[in-house]
Design a protein around this ligand. Structure first.
Ligand code: NDP
Ligand code: 3PG
Length: 497
């Protein structure tokens, strides 16, 4: 069970959380710290080290050195380590979940489920990696015209080297392990840059790796503001791969990064298309859960409802009735709607709402804000002239746009640069597939709200929503490269039966 001493070493005597390099939790030589404020109180909750560029260099050097031995570690031993990490995360889940409540105002139940979901992801990755990485291919030359079988090509999957993992604030544990677990299983080392809001939960998560017997230097965590050390990290010559989840920052990184493979999971404007033959109760429940879970701070949140006019009144009424029942308050009380992550985020959300008001949106619920706490806001009669028809609030605001047809809805979706997920509600499977085919987004959910989970499903964004694909198998695949070893024989080799 969780013992008080389990997490003790991650925090300095003065109270600031440490960074981690070459097997040790350390205080930075910068002598500076970065504050982590509690979104609910806006008071400083934690302090973390503000690492220097020299410490970033140390982290990469330690990773590079450790990766050499790790790449020669048998797959079953890599899997065994990951299983130990998962077990420790389960045993010591509550303190990590408590950090999520304080750092990012995640409702307490959701906070605990993020930790458990992360342990499950790690276990699944270990097993998937054993199978996927334990096999390669053998090609014979004679399948190509003019050749005989005197060349045998052994195709193997080799690690990339050092993966730079950068998760976002809203899933600082789950979207960290969704990078760490495949990276390690594939034989890589990792430099982790956790989000400033979520860094302490991330430190607790890393301690589970350390206590499980992580080889020193294999995962190094650099703490500090992305705006201060981020560019140095992503431009570092020792980076062999960047796995990033976040907003437009990822677009800037992809334009500056060197010749390295990238996995980018970026913003979304996930649309919910409701057809005239939809199950309106089902659609309303999906809009409620999809639009307001974790106060809309999910890249896969429902961020625009496109409903055909014939059923718009019925849908809007049902969703509005559901919004009335949402509990608004503090994450410790497990409320449905809790404060958004920062004042700047709340201000951005408010800007979108006021723009919609000025341009004639109808408020089905009153807009109300106290500090970072924004009451769930449902807007109707939204038009393309409004910013909220296109931009991602990342907050508890759901706009309803009434359309003449599903085709009009699809056209609106495809005109957005953001193309992560979408969903469609209809009782006609042929219509559903036709609409899914037409929607140019990474995922389309039929008769359910958008979601990344379960975590073994492929998860990717198109256009400005991402590069590459996540999901355990795809992450494993992108964190290796292919190597061919060709055996040239002095005579043909036709193995006989
Ligand atoms: N597609 C997906 O799966 C997801 C997408 N998102 C998107 O992310 C946004 C909200 O999350 P948020 O964390 O605020 O996103 P940000 O893009 O602001 O930050 C993401 C991560 O990048 C770091 N970072 C910031 N600047 C730099 C830099 N110059 N170089 C390297 N790293 C940097 C941040 O560190 P720091 O915190 O210190 O700034 C954080 O760890 C929304 O747009 C949301 O849609 C969020 C979750 C999932
Ligand atoms: O970061 C996010 O918002 C996640 O990718 C969403 O994951 P979920 O759909 O499983 O909540």
């Amino acid at each position: 069970m969780a013992g008080d001493t389990f997490y003790k070493e991650i925090r300095a005597a003065g109270g600031a959380y440490k960074w981690h390099c070459d097997g040790a939790w350390r205080e930075s030589t910068s002598g500076k710290t970065v504050g982590v404020s509690n979104p609910a109180t806006r008071a400083r909750e934690y302090e973390v080290q503000a690492c220097t560029q020299a410490e970033v260099d140390e982290a990469f050097a330690a990773a590079k050195a450790a990766q050499k031995g790790w790449a020669r570690t048998p797959l079953w031993q890599r899997a065994a380590l990951l299983h130990k990490v998962a077990a420790l995360m389960r045993d010591h889940a509550q303190p990590m979940a408590d950090c999520l409540v304080k750092e990012i105002a995640k409702p307490s139940k959701d906070a605990l489920s993020e930790v458990i979901r992360s342990a499950d992801l790690i276990d699944y990755t270990a097993e998937e990696g054993l199978r996927a990485l334990g096999e390669g291919a053998l090609l014979t030359s004679d399948s190509f015209p003019g050749q005989t079988r005197n060349k045998l090509c052994l195709v193997s999957k080799v690690p990339l080297g050092v993966v730079l993992a950068i998760p976002p604030f809203n899933y600082p544990v789950n979207l960290a392990v969704s990078k760490l677990a495949p990276a390690l299983m594939a034989g890589n080392a990792v430099v982790l840059k956790p989000p400033s809001q979520g860094v302490v939960a991330g430190s607790h998560m890393l301690q589970c790796f350390v206590k499980a017997g992580l080889p020193k230097g294999l995962v190094n965590m650099v703490t500090g503001k992305g705006s201060e050390i981020g560019d140095y990290l992503t431009g570092h010559p020792a980076v062999n791969c960047i796995s990033f989840t976040g907003g437009d920052t990822g677009i800037a990184i992809s334009r500056k990064a060197g010749m390295v493979p990238m996995q980018m999971e970026l913003g979304g404007k996930d649309a919910c298309i409701v057809c005239s033959d939809a199950d309106i109760d089902l659609a309303a429940k999906a809009v409620l859960k999809g639009g307001f879970s974790y106060s809309g701070q999910r890249c896969t949140a429902v961020k625009l409802v496109l409903v055909v006019k014939e059923v718009a009144d019925a849908l809007a009424a049902k969703v509005a009735a559901g919004v009335e029942k949402l509990r608004v308050g503090m994450p410790e009380d497990d409320c449905d709607i809790t404060p958004v992550v920062s004042e700047s985020s709340a201000n951005f959300i408010e800007g979108l709402v006021e723009d919609a008001r000025q341009k004639g949106a109808k408020f089905l619920t009153p807009y109300r804000r106290e500090g970072n706490l924004i009451w769930p806001t449902l807007l109707d009669h939204v038009t393309p002239e409004m910013r909220i028809a296109w931009e991602e609030p990342f907050g508890p605001v759901v706009p309803i746009m009434r359309v003449a047809s599903a085709d009009e809805a699809v056209a609106h979706c495809n005109a957005n640069n953001l193309a992560l997920q979408g969903c469609v509600f209809t009782r006609d499977i042929n219509k559903a597939i036709a609409i899914s085919d037409a929607m140019e987004t990474g995922t389309v959910q039929i008769n359910a709200a958008p979601a990344r989970g379960p975590d073994h499903f492929p998860f990717q964004g198109f256009r400005d929503s991402g590069i590459g694909s996540q999901g355990i198998r795809n992450s494993l695949a992108m964190m290796v490269k292919t190597k061919s070893t060709v055996v040239n024989l002095d005579k043909d080799s036709y193995a006989s039966g």
